[in-house]
Design a protein around this ligand. Structure first.
Ligand SMILES: Cc1cc2nc3c(=O)[nH]c(=O)nc-3n(C[C@H](O)[C@H](O)[C@H](O)COP(=O)(O)O)c2cc1C
Length: 286
């Protein structure tokens, strides 16, 4: 039955993921969200079968004679594998923002990814400092965003980030709170990556639309103040309004929550264990 090639291997991802395969699916297909989830399930099933070093998707792969569209083939391919594993597992894009190799946030990242792995999710990490991500909006991109030069191309680094969002089911953000917000590098990621025409645009009826299809986002941020202090002063609520309501739910993310890992003053390790346990559980129960 599985004699002819229909799946195209696109090579290795720049992450710990072993491979990426491309299946011809109409991107306008209304079932795209479902398709993506099943695709990721297939992908992680495949990963479990073959070690990361093996990057070539083997042919032959399934072909279904008599099918009308590539999407039909796609769904049949998925159906072969969906019974073999839990299709609820997600692929998570983690935005990690911290300049130092020896930080509490790095431990949070380790604990969170340990939880994700144990739950069977796959992930890739965008370490914004390590990537040298350019967080400043320049004049060319600004002119594009405000409509002075609407046909200007999307910068390559921004397009790469949008691709990572496109292949994810979930987003996670891990960062220290600086002056009651995320570090400027991550703020610049939002400024530049959530572009007009992608994160939001207006259809012919003037309705706001988005091309982002993310099931769940989680924001894990550490603070020097305790969570109680930040709730009491209203700062926690303002952080949620901006990060969750505006930057995530406002661009089509279906569900988003923020977890504040408080009491993390430099030199004070008393809340460390409790907070790391929380981070692990957030990954495990995503
Ligand atoms: C520049 C800067 C600004 C900070 N601003 C805040 C703040 O507004 N609220 C707060 O609770 N903690 C603040 N902190 C404390 C950090 O959030 C805390 O040290 C950090 O979460 C600890 O994690 P790390 O070891 O990974 O850096 C600030 C720290 C720095 C360096």
């Amino acid at each position: 039955m599985h004699d002819d090639a229909r799946i195209v291997c696109r090579g290795q991802l720049p992450s710990d993921l072993c491979e990426w395969i491309e299946i011809p699916v109409n991107p306008e297909d209304a079932r795209e969200g479902i398709a993506k989830r099943h695709f990721n399930a297939f992908f992680s099933w495949r990963r479990a079968q073959y070690p990361p070093a093996q990057t070539i998707f083997p042919t032959p792969v399934p072909h279904f004679p008599g099918r009308k569209t590539p999407a039909d083939d796609y769904f049949d391919i998925i159906n072969i594998f969906r019974d073999r594993r839990n299709i609820d597992n997600m692929h998570v894009y983690i935005l990690f923002t911290h300049p130092s190799k020896i930080s509490f946030n790095r431990e949070v990242l380790d604990a969170f990814t340990r939880g994700l792995k144990e739950a069977g999710h796959t992930y890739e990490i965008g370490d914004l400092y390590a990537m040298g991500f350019k967080s400043e909006m320049d004049a060319d991109q600004y002119h594009r965003e405000v409509g002075l030069d609407p046909d200007a191309p999307i910068p390559h680094d921004v397009a790469r980030e949008q691709e990572k969002i496109n292949r994810a089911d979930a987003l996670a953000f891990i960062y220290p709170v600086w002056w009651s917000d995320c570090p400027a590098k991550l703020k610049g990621w939002f400024d530049r990556v959530l572009t007009y025409g992608y994160a939001y645009y207006y259809d012919e009826n003037g309705q706001r639309q988005t091309k982002i299809s993310i099931r769940r986002a989680i924001v894990i941020c550490s603070t020097g103040h305790t969570g109680e202090h930040l709730e009491g002063t209203g700062i926690a609520e303002s952080m949620r309004r901006v990060m969750i309501n505006d930057r995530l739910l406002g661009v089509g993310v279906k569900e988003a929550t923020m977890e504040i890992l408080g009491g993390m003053m430099p030199q004070d390790r008393s809340s460390r264990e409790t907070n790391l346990k929380k981070a692990y559980n957030l990954g495990k129960n995503l």
